[in-house]
Ligand binder design. Structure first.
Ligand SMILES: [Zn+2]
Length: 280
């Protein structure tokens, strides 16, 4: 923030070119607009210390939060998407994937890993929204299927953390097939009585909600997360009615029986450990 606003442009001084605080030192909550130290925000599991707003975080942060000492072994770390349909929208799909890899330092929209959570062996798959809107293409489906295979082989509980806009349109039918594939794999897990917990974070929509995200032995969510299949605008236009307040929020979805409970991210690790122990 600067004390004076310069009326005339084109006069460059160090004060105008340089920001007063280095990037990332302060965090402003997008909900209550209050400012806190980034470190304080991080220590609070990336939730606002004033209003408890849950900032959107990626697999990196969840793995650090959940695995003991942040130590884990990643599965299928280098799997990347092919272009079976030779799909082109505003740019060819392979170019979009390449640009997303460069921008996010991720290979696709999900990462899977195994490690210890409070000394309990677990397998975790976590989606990254930054990678093409956390969309589910064949890599996402395949990595989740393989993570479930790992869970089956080692008989360790499986945790899925979803954050997704739904199917990846650039893979069309291939993307939709992942719904059936992941659901079938989860059925095998259920047959073996290995616990599966699905955590829905902001937002979880489309084909992800319509498949693995809603198939947990427990389906749980973070506070305030948007959870739905189609977006509110599409629904409003289809049914021609205004939607109730809080529609598709985790709290609304819980009240209507689609969730088992809402968990504060600060309690996530303890609650999950207790839940897995109980289910085993
Ligand atoms: Zn806040």
């Amino acid at each position: 923030m600067s004390w004076f606003i310069r009326k005339e442009k084109g006069i460059n001084t160090p004060t105008e070119m340089k920001r007063e605080a280095p990037d990332g030192l302060w965090y402003q909550c997008p909900n209550c607009k209050k400012i806190m130290h980034s470190r304080e925000h991080k220590l609070n599991a990336y939730t606002c210390v004033h209003c408890n707003y849950h900032e959107k975080i990626g697999s990196d942060a969840y793995f650090a939060l959940l695995f003991d000492d942040g130590a884990f072994t990643e599965l299928d770390a280098n799997m990347t998407s092919a272009d079976p349909l030779k799909f082109v929208d505003t740019k060819p799909y392979p170019e979009r994937v390449k640009a997303s890899i460069a921008k996010t330092n991720l290979k696709d929209a999900v990462r899977s890993a195994y490690g210890k959570m409070n000394d309990l062996d677990v397998t975790v798959a976590c989606m990254d929204f930054n990678f093409i809107g956390g969309s589910m293409g064949s890599v996402v489906g395949e990595k989740i299927a393989r993570a479930i295979d790992h869970s089956l082989k080692t008989r360790t509980p499986f945790l899925m953390i979803s954050r997704s806009g739904g199917a990846r349109m650039m893979e069309a039918g291939y993307s939709l097939m992942q719904m059936a594939k992941t659901s079938a794999k989860l059925a095998l897990l259920a047959n073996e009585k290995i616990p599966y917990v699905s955590l829905l974070t902001d937002p979880t929509t489309g084909g992800v909600t319509a498949s693995f995200a809603m198939l947990g032995d427990f389906n749980i969510a973070e506070p305030g997360a948007l959870i739905g299949f189609a977006g509110p605008r599409v629904i409003r236009e289809t049914i021609g009615k205004n939607l109730p307040e809080g529609f598709q929020s985790a709290e609304f979805v819980l009240e209507h029986g689609f969730l088992d409970f809402i968990v504060d991210r600060k309690d996530l690790k303890e609650k999950l450990t207790a839940l897995f122990k109980m289910l085993q």
